[in-house]
Write a protein that binds this ligand. Structure first.
Ligand code: AQP
Length: 338
């Protein structure tokens, strides 16, 4: 099927979030909120990365539920299924297939250097599986299948994008131009939201301490309580500084949610203590998320509708992805019969 002219001229975007927990304000600020801004300008593919999620042990029924929830969160945050291709990764088999091929073009040494692998293998020492190690090859497949020019992500994923670029270049040099070389796109604010329990660590949806993260679906009282209890230093001035990781993080969050610069935030709270500031951050975040939560609840109440969109999205994604895969199979020398 030929693409309409307007899609042919648009650059392509791909991004994803793993349904490994309820999505957090880190995922929101680092990724999904910015996807919204891109959907008009680009040809966008957004997927729920369930294949990635099983690199860490999941409870099957929970994973299934989280997959629906993540899909509904995407839409509740404003992603329009008419303008974007929204799909679930495991519904498009090309991801797993290309990942296998790319595994054979990704070096052991490269994978060993990945920070996420080191962090996650330390956190899950009982289950350091091969999938956790080769995760970046699957992520490269996600990106390269769609010829993505840009991949909007939080800072933690830049290293994986760098690796996807290296693998794509290696493949292109060995054969001929096959893959578009992707670039990471960082948000202006909120590229790295830190844990509320330990502000030297990234906020993660799978953190075992629920006080460490704020989920997009947390009720207002819970959000306010989590910010009230956020770990900060012993000072009282709302001002950024070295050794003030906690307050720096809260200023970043408030600034990302309000659009105010960190300097403006410091001025707004001059002379007020941490208590007043934490309350303001909690209320602002909760009030911004309230309409998202309302839309989410409505969507989750209509599963057949969500499933019809998942199906449509995966068919659309498959059409694009299968073209890239068959090109790759041809280049590496697999016999193809019609
Ligand atoms: N704390 C964060 N600040 C800014 N951006 C973030 N992202 C994740 N955490 C933050 C961005 O969200 C997108 C999806 O991430 P993912 O779910 O695929 O994997 P992740 O980066 O490992 O996210 P989590 O929440 O930490 O998941 P778990 O706990 O399962 O490992 C990416 O664009 C990421 O940059």
């Amino acid at each position: 099927m030929n693409q309409p002219q307007e899609l042919q001229n648009k650059k392509t975007i791909l991004s994803a979030v793993q349904p490994s927990g309820i999505l957090t304000i880190g995922n929101y600020l680092g990724a999904i909120r910015n996807w919204n801004l891109l959907q008009e300008q680009y040809n966008c593919y957004f997927c729920v990365a369930d294949l990635h999620a099983i690199t860490v042990r999941q409870v099957p029924a929970e994973l299934r539920k989280r997959t629906y929830e993540a899909f509904a969160v995407y839409m509740a945050c404003g992603l329009d299924p008419e303008k974007n291709t929204l799909f679930v990764q495991s519904h498009v088999p090309c991801h797993a297939e290309l990942a296998w091929v790319l595994n054979c073009y990704t070096m052991f040494g490269e994978l060993s250097r990945m920070t996420q692998f080191k962090d996650k293998s330390a956190r899950h020492s009982e289950n350091i599986n091969a999938g956790l190690f080769t995760y970046p090859a699957l992520m490269a497949a996600d990106i390269l299948l769609y010829g993505a020019d840009y991949v909007p992500v939080g800072q933690d994923q830049l290293q994986h994008i760098e690796l996807a670029r290296d693998v794509a270049n290696r493949f292109n040099n060995l054969y001929s131009d096959t893959f578009v070389i992707p670039e990471g796109l960082l948000p202006k604010a909120g590229a790295k939201v830190m844990s509320l329990a330990d502000p030297t660590k990234k906020m993660s949806k799978s953190d075992e301490n629920p006080m460490a993260y704020v989920s997009i679906l947390d009720p207002k009282d819970v959000i306010v309580k989590k910010f009230k209890r956020a770990v900060t230093d012993s000072g009282s001035e709302v001002k950024r500084g070295e050794d003030k990781a906690g307050i720096n993080n809260l200023i970043t969050i408030y600034s990302a949610f309000t659009g105010k610069s960190p300097e403006e935030v410091e001025k707004e709270f001059e002379g007020q203590g941490y208590g007043a500031f934490k309350l303001a951050v909690g209320e602002t975040v909760a009030d911004t998320l309230a309409p998202v939560q309302d839309k989410f609840n409505a969507l989750m109440g209509d599963k057949p509708y969500l499933e019809s969109l998942m199906k449509k999205g995966s068919e659309q994604a498959y059409r694009r992805a299968s073209k890239t895969l068959s090109k790759v199979y041809r280049k590496v020398g697999f016999a193809q019969v019609k």
